[in-house]
Design a binder for this molecule. Structure first.
Ligand code: HEC
Length: 119
């Protein structure tokens, strides 16, 4: 096969491997700077979830770290919401957020898992 006929295959392979690549985890500094775009969610996040979820070594999946969040995201949002409300292993029930509604939790989960709808 000539190189010319190979090229589309090579390009296809490159495109596919780019899709499968997990984005790199944020550095601790980047993680510390992240916050939800919505001001209401941002205020809740900064006072609660952030203490654990932006601090490497707490055992909490790090904000925007796809390697840590993607397997958890696969459980589905309903399961994740239940785990937040009821607690899950080292995750405290309610995430130490007395003011959070279920809708807030879903927004916070989506933000931390980097699944917010992008414009
Ligand atoms: C005191 C520390 C702490 C706080 C505060 C905290 N988390 Fe967590 N969270 C954890 C830890 C630790 C885990 C990992 C639990 C495990 O899998 O062992 C976790 C896991 C999770 C998970 C994944 C659960 C699963 O099924 O895999 C979600 C979702 C989550 N937290 C959401 C939140 C939200 C939303 C907030 C804020 C409202 C929050 N957390 C606040 C420590 C915390």
């Amino acid at each position: 096969m000539s190189a010319k006929r190979f090229l589309p295959l090579l390009l296809l392979g490159a495109a596919l491997s780019a899709c499968n690549r997990t984005p790199p985890a944020p550095t601790p500094e980047e993680a510390a700077r992240l916050a939800p775009a919505d001001p209401h969610l941002a205020a809740l996040y900064v006072n609660t979830c952030k203490a654990c979820h932006a601090t490497p070594g707490t055992g909490a999946p790090l904000v925007h770290d796809h390697a840590q969040w993607d397997p958890r995201w696969k459980q589905g949002e309903e399961v994740l919401l239940t785990h937040v409300i009821e607690g899950y292993r080292a995750m405290p029930a309610g995430g130490q957020c007395a003011a959070c509604t279920p809708k807030d939790y879903l927004g916070l989960i989506r933000f931390m898992a980097d699944r917010e709808e992008k414009p």
